[in-house]
Design a protein around this ligand. Structure first.
Ligand code: NAD
Length: 334
């Protein structure tokens, strides 16, 4: 008996990294899987149909059930076709795992319009588009009298929720959007029997983190490797099980640690009887305790790079931006 026996799951970006590991585990747990991946490069360019096909071949070689879908989640009609592929191939759809992403990191002053739009198109619009078409299918099944547990599992990142990282304006915005959508969709889709949650991985060894300080080579085979993409898959699979009661949650996962996130929460407040004026705010707000973005980054780094004080964080941010601007300059001028 698998935890996902009889479930049909559509997993986006399932050709590589975390999505691939999710597809393999979902299939091993008995789900029929639509492996969606257009096989693009990490920046979204190009494409290779063989990437999704290879994961389907792995699953079927192990006796599982899977079909490849190579549409981009950022394509409105493509997202609809992916939902249709699940229903036409396997008879229904129970689970959507929105996992696809690309990155085009650059300092805000150098980020292009297309660089920003394309990252948001995959992360935020792609999550919305696939969820929209799945939700329409689920609504029509529900209205026809069918009752089943349905689930969406979104994917966010500490970059956007917890840790401000320089050069990630677009990526952070996309991930914050996904976390916000998770909670709204959980409210809206409950009436059709749909639960909506989100996983937020961190420091997983994939091509998106290649070269990130702290990412290590794979550990000894068989030993616990906290950066293995497979560490995220059990949480996604649990959230996809018919018996899971959770909805509207954004859960961080890193190695053996799973944590509930509380998102933005209100801090100190200034209150008076009546509206504020500018001078009143100027005299009051600077006295309230606030989160400093540089302190947040220092906390997120947790002592990495030997950073212990604020000056060092300021220097790290400046160095990162300078390096990134130099790289952008070299790319455009050869
Ligand atoms: N690796 C980490 O440490 C980490 C940390 C936080 C969050 N995440 C999130 O986890 C998810 C998976 O990332 P990963 O590290 O496995 O990356 P990855 O690049 O290894 O895999 C992402 C896959 O998505 C596919 N993809 C890209 N654009 C697509 C599109 N338009 N439609 C469908 N598929 C598309 C790519 O072809 C690729 O195979 C992402 O949402 C990422 O933001 C990863």
């Amino acid at each position: 008996m698998g935890a996902l026996d009889g479930r049909v799951a559509l997993i986006t970006g399932a050709g590589r990294g975390i999505g691939r590991a999710e597809a393999l585990l979902f299939a091993a747990e008995g789900a029929s899987v639509v492996v969606n991946d257009p096989g693009v490069a990490a920046d979204g360019s190009g494409g290779d149909d063989g990437v999704a096909a290879a994961v389907v071949a792995e699953i079927t070689a192990r006796g599982g059930s899977a079909v490849a879908g190579t549409d981009s989640v950022a394509d409105w009609d493509g997202a609809r076709r992916l939902v249709e592929l699940a229903v036409e191939t396997f008879g229904d759809l129970h689970v959507v795992v929105n996992n696809a992403a690309i990155e085009r990191n650059a300092p805000l002053v150098a980020m292009t319009e297309a660089g920003f739009d394309d990252v948001l198109a995959v992360k935020a619009k792609g999550t919305f588009a696939v969820s929209h078409w799945a939700a329409r299918h689920w609504r029509s099944r529900f209205e026809a009298g069918a009752r089943a547990d349905r689930a969406i599992v979104n994917t966010a990142s500490g970059s956007g929720l917890l840790n401000p990282l320089p050069t990630q304006t677009s990526y952070a915005a996309g991930n914050a959007a996904v976390a916000a959508m998770t909670v709204v969709a959980a409210l809206e889709l409950r009436r059709y029997g749909v639960r909506v949650n989100c996983v937020s991985p961190s420091m997983v060894r994939t091509r998106l983190t290649a070269g990130v300080p702290g990412i290590q080579e794979p550990g000894t085979p068989g030993g616990f490797d906290p950066q293995d993409p497979a560490t995220v898959a059990p949480l996604a699979a649990y959230l996809a099980t018919a018996g899971c009661p959770l909805t509207g949650q954004v859960l961080s996962v890193r190695g053996g640690s799973v944590a509930v996130n509380h998102g933005w929460s209100r801090g100190a407040r200034a209150e008076q009887d009546g509206p504020w004026d500018v001078a009143g705010l100027a005299g009051t707000l600077p006295g309230l305790p606030v989160d400093d973005p540089f302190d947040k980054l220092a906390q997120a780094l947790g002592g990495a790079f030997g950073i212990t004080d604020r000056d060092q964080v300021l220097r790290l941010v400046d160095d990162t931006l300078d390096r990134s601007l130099d790289e952008a300059h070299t790319r455009s001028h050869g």
